[in-house]
Write a protein that binds this ligand. Structure first.
Ligand code: ADP
Ligand code: MG
Length: 406
C-alpha cells in the first residue's frame, strides 16, 4: 500500500479525497465531530503541499436526495475547524481565489457540474454533497466512477470506518486513479497492527453495544488470542439467555441464540458475563439493581450492575493490552449510563499506565467523549465495524483496492 505521507510532489495535483465526516447528527445538527476532526490532518497536509483537494464523503443512510441528510453541516464544521469561510456554489464560482471551502450541492452526474469543479482555483478546497445521495455509489456504477475520477490526478483514502464497504468512492476509485492511504488511515492501520502483533498479556477484549451479529467475527478471532472477554450490553443479554436466564424485554438478537451457545462452548473459560444488572420497565420506570437470576418477564436490562463493574475493574487492572467496542448499557439515558462511564474511566486510567488500549465505534467514541476521557485512550479508532473486521483478520474491500492500486 502507498501512503500519501511518502508522496514527494503534490504541488499542482488534484486529489480526490475520500474523507469520513460521518459523525452522529440529528435534524441537521452535529452531535459529535470526532471523525471530522480526525480528517483535518490529511486535508491540511494536502493543501499545504499545494494540491487541490476535492473531498467526498457520506453521512447517514439517505435514500436518494434528502436535504435533511445534506453534508453541509459537516462542511461548515470543517470550515470552522480550518478557520476558513464556507461558500456554497451552485453554478458560479467566486471571482477570486478566496482560500475558502466551496460546498457543491449540485448533482455530479451532470457534466456541467463536473466541469465547474474542474475550474475551481487550486487554493480553494471543495466538498461535494453527500455521496450516498447517488445510488450509483453503492451500485458500483462504472460510468459514475469514471466521471468522478476524471476530476483528479490522485485518489487518497482516509475513511477507515468505510473500509469494509465495497462502494465507488472506497473500492472503485483506487482502480481508476493512483491510490494512497491518507494520514489518518495510515495511523489506523499502524495502531491496529500494533495491537495485533504485540504479544503482550493479559489481553482483554471488552464487548458491548447493540448487536452481537456485527461482532461475532471479532469475538471468534480475538477470542483465540485474548485472555478474557468481558461482555456487556446487548451481547451480554444474549449470552444470559443462552445460559437459561430470564431476560424479559431486554434488547437481544434471539435469532443468534445458536451462535451464542457455540461461542459459549468454545470460549467458556474466557467469557465474563455480568453477575448483576440494572433493570427497569420498558418505559424506563422503576430502575433497580438485581442479580442476573432475578430479572422479571416485564423488565428489561439497561446497564451492568455494581458487582459486575467491580469484577470488570479487577480484570482491567491486570490487563496489559485492551480493545473495547460497544457501550455496556443504554448509555444515552443518564440513569443507564453509569456502567459505561465507569468502564470508560477505568479503561482510560489503565491506558495512562502500563497498558496499550484501543477503543472504537461511533457510540463508544461518543460515550468516551461524554465521560471526558477520550484524549486519555492510547488509540481511538474512527471505525466500529471496520475496526472489528480488521482485527478479525478479514479482508476489507477498500484496503484491498488500495493494495492493488497502480
Ligand atoms: P458502537 O457504535 O460503539 O459500535 P453499537 O452501535 O454496537 O456501538 O451499540 C450502541 C448502542 O447499544 C447504543 O445505542 C446503546 O444504547 C445500545 N445498548 C447497549 N446496551 C443496551 C441495553 N442493555 N439496552 C438497550 N440498548 C443498549
Ligand atoms: Mg453505533
Amino acid at each position: 500500500m502507498k501512503f500519501i505521507s511518502q508522496h514527494k510532489n503534490l504541488k499542482g495535483k488534484t486529489v480526490l479525497l475520500r474523507a469520513d465526516f460521518d459523525d452522529p447528527h440529528q435534524g441537521g445538527r452535529l452531535l459529535d465531530d470526532y471523525r471530522i476532526r480526525m480528517s483535518t490532518e490529511t486535508i491540511k497536509f494536502l493543501h499545504q503541499r499545494g494540491a487541490k483537494v476535492i473531498v467526498v464523503s457520506k453521512t447517514g443512510r439517505p435514500d436518494g436526495f434528502d436535504v435533511s441528510e445534506s453534508l453541509m453541516p459537516e462542511a461548515r464544521r470543517l470550515a470552522d475547524l480550518l478557520n476558513k469561510k464556507l461558500v456554497v456554489v451552485k453554478d458560479r464560482l467566486p471571482e477570486y481565489d478566496l482560500n475558502h471551502i466551496i460546498f457543491f450541492p449540485g448533482d455530479i452526474r451532470e457534466q456541467k457540474n463536473i466541469d465547474l469543479i474542474k475550474k475551481v482555483h487550486p487554493k480553494d478546497l471543495v466538498v461535494l454533497e453527500n455521496i450516498r445521495f447517488y445510488q450509483e455509489e453503492q451500485n458500483l456504477d462504472r460510468k459514475f466512477a469514471k466521471s468522478l475520477a476524471s476530476i483528479a490526478d490522485l485518489y487518497v483514502d482516509d475513511a477507515f470506518a468505510m473500509a469494509h464497504r465495497n462502494e465507488v468512492t472506497t473500492a472503485v476509485l483506487p482502480e481508476l486513479l493512483p491510490g494512497f492511504a491518507g494520514l489518518r488511515l495510515e495511523k489506523e492501520i499502524k495502531a491496529l497492527d500494533k495491537l495485533l502483533t504485540s504479544r503482550t498479556h493479559p489481553f482483554l477484549v471488552l464487548m458491548g453495544g447493540a448487536k452481537i451479529s456485527d461482532k461475532v467475527g471479532a469475538i471468534k478471532s480475538l477470542g483465540r488470542h485474548a485472555d478474557k472477554i468481558l461482555i456487556g450490553g446487548g451481547p451480554a443479554n444474549l449470552f444470559l439467555l443462552a445460559k437459561g436466564y430470564e431476560i424479559g424485554k431486554s434488547i437481544c438478537e434471539k435469532d443468534q441464540l445458536k451462535l451464542a451457545k457455540e461461542l459459549w462452548r468454545n470460549f467458556k473459560d474466557k467469557l465474563i458475563l455480568p453477575v448483576d444488572v440494572l433493570v427497569a420497565k420498558p418505559d424506563f420506570s422503576d430502575p433497580h439493581f438485581v442479580g442476573v437470576d432475578q430479572v422479571k418477564k416485564d423488565q428489561a436490562i439497561f446497564d451492568i450492575g455494581p458487582k459486575t463493574i467491580l469484577e470488570f475493574a479487577m480484570q482491567i487492572k491486570t490487563a496489559k493490552k485492551m480493545v473495547w467496542n460497544g457501550p455496556m448499557g443504554h448509555y444515552e439515558i443518564k440513569n443507564f449510563s453509569h456502567g459505561t462511564f465507569a468502564i470508560a474511566e477505568l479503561f482510560a486510567s489503565k491506558c495512562q499506565r502500563n497498558c496499550y488500549g484501543v477503543a472504537g465505534g461511533g457510540d463508544s467514541v461518543s460515550a468516551l467523549t461524554r465521560a471526558k476521557v477520550l484524549d486519555q485512550i492510547d488509540f481511538v479508532s474512527t471505525g466500529g465495524g471496520a475496526m472489528l473486521d480488521y482485527l478479525a483478520g478479514e479482508k476489507l474491500p477498500a484496503l484491498e483496492a488500495l493494495e492493488h492500486s497502480k
